[in-house]
Design a protein around this ligand. Structure first.
Ligand SMILES: NC(=O)c1ccc[n+]([C@@H]2O[C@H](COP(=O)([O-])OP(=O)(O)OC[C@H]3O[C@@H](n4cnc5c(N)ncnc54)[C@H](O)[C@@H]3O)[C@@H](O)[C@H]2O)c1
Length: 393
């Protein structure tokens, strides 16, 4: 009979995600004891006593700050997230923001709402006032996309569809994203090059020491007059006083972002939204589906996709083999010791995958037939093996 698994949920996980864990093999509940895995959204796991039975933690979302990743890594427990599951949601808000900025929709709407009197009076005021909100169209304008990850690529491709010229800059673009990116997107050789040639700059990079204040006074000064900055990444990536100064001087036309603050929220050339980028029902569902599918593939096959602490490791299953799944320290001779132990038990290796990431490594070995209990214990006790399990064929 196929192995069954117990999944502890620490938050409400969308039903569409949970459907990916079939009832015949998965018991999923919020109060489960001795769980094999944990599914979590934003619950803080740092103060939680995570049972030793836990083989993996999957986060139905992007960030993993609420999970004690380092401690779990040392226990040989992979942590998964759902990168890119909310990319479409963010892209749609960025596209909306292009129009908000280009057509002055925020101030124009406020103007219309402020009108009083009868309809004839409003008509007259509208005809007189509309000249203050003359906008521009997008075809032929240049969008500079900083960061070509899940969201940046999606935004870049969508902007081409709107007739914009698109420049991109990402020195660490992955092969996967490079494949997804339209060949019509032009590479900017540097950030300064991108700013100098863009009418609109949008940032889609993580917040870290290298990206804090990336949109600063010097780079804004490089932009064409009347430029627009969009920030749906993190507030600190844009130097707020620099943007406000450029808006006040008229060099920048508008700033649209997802991060309201006292300095920004009432500025006439700024539109701030209340961190709405990923706030769609679909994004939440996508995250849950992705997390559940990754967890299932790990529990049933030992495969690792989108683990934040262990390498990507996917190996097809072969009939008639037992799969040995080992998380180990990334030190020399681990595979040597494991294969020697298997050879001593006359176990024949049918397939093997060993990947490393930083101080950790991950090994999948398919062995013809079974692995007996003493051999498994011998494998488990090799110094450097952090976790080990067997998956029957
Ligand atoms: N507004 C929201 O609600 C919301 C929702 C989701 C994500 N986000 C933010 O958007 C960011 C991007 O998300 P994603 O899913 O596209 O992430 P991602 O990891 O897929 O892509 C980030 C990209 O930025 C690139 N990068 C990193 N540093 C760079 C630099 N200095 N210059 C140029 N490129 C650089 C990386 O190489 C990577 O390709 C996230 O880090 C997050 O902060 C915001």
């Amino acid at each position: 009979m196929a192995e069954t698994f117990r999944i502890l949920t620490l938050n409400n996980i969308s039903a569409r995600g949970l459907e990916r864990l079939p009832r015949e093999r998965y018991e999923v509940a919020s109060g489960i004891e001795r769980p094999d895995a944990v599914l979590v959204r934003s619950a803080d796991m740092h103060k939680l006593d995570i049972p030793g039975t836990v083989l993996a933690v999957a986060r139905a979302g992007a960030g993993t700050n609420n999970i004690p990743v380092a401690a779990l890594s040392a226990r040989g427990v992979p942590v998964f997230n759902a990168p890119g599951a909310n990319a479409n949601a963010v892209k749609e808000l960025v596209v909306a923001s292009l129009f908000l900025a280009a057509r002055n929709i925020g101030p124009a709407w406020l103007f219309a709402r402020a009108q009083t009197g009868d309809d004839a009076t409003i008509d007259a005021a509208v005809e007189k006032g509309k000249k203050n909100f003359v906008g521009f169209e997008l075809p032929g304008r240049t969008l500079g996309v900083v960061g070509l990850g899940a969201i940046g690529v999606s935004v870049a491709n969508a902007a081409l569809g709107l007739g914009m010229k698109v420049l991109g800059h990402d020195p660490q673009i992955t092969v996967r994203r490079a494949w997804e990116l339209s060949s019509s997107v032009e590479q900017a050789v540097s950030l300064d090059d991108l700013f100098a040639r863009s009418d609109v700059v949008t940032v889609h990079v993580p917040m870290n020491d290298a990206t804090r204040g990336l949109v600063n006074a010097a780079r804004i000064a490089l932009m064409r007059p009347g430029g627009v900055v969009l920030n749906f990444a993190r507030g600190g990536i844009v130097d707020t006083p620099a943007v406000i100064a450029a808006l006040d001087s008229g060099h920048l036309h508008a700033y649209v972002c997802d991060f309201p603050s006292n300095a920004l929220k009432d500025h006439p050339r700024v539109i701030t939204l209340p961190h709405l980028g990923a706030s769609t029902g679909e994004a939440e569902e996508n995250c849950a589906v992705m997390a559940a599918e990754q967890l299932r593939d790990f529990l049933e096959n030992g495969n690792l996709r989108n683990s934040v602490n262990y390498p990507e490791a996917v190996m097809p299953r072969a009939a008639g083999t037992t799969r040995l799944v080992i998380a180990n320290s990334n030190v020399p001779n681990m595979v040597g010791q494991i294969s020697t132990t298997l050879a001593a038990a006359q176990a024949n290796i049918a397939d093997l995958l060993n990947k490393s990431r930083g101080e950790y490594a991950y090994t999948l070995i398919d062995v013809d037939g079974d692995i007996d209990a003493p051999t498994f214990e011998a494998l488990r006790s090799i110094e450097g093996v952090l976790s080990a399990r067997l998956i029957a064929s």
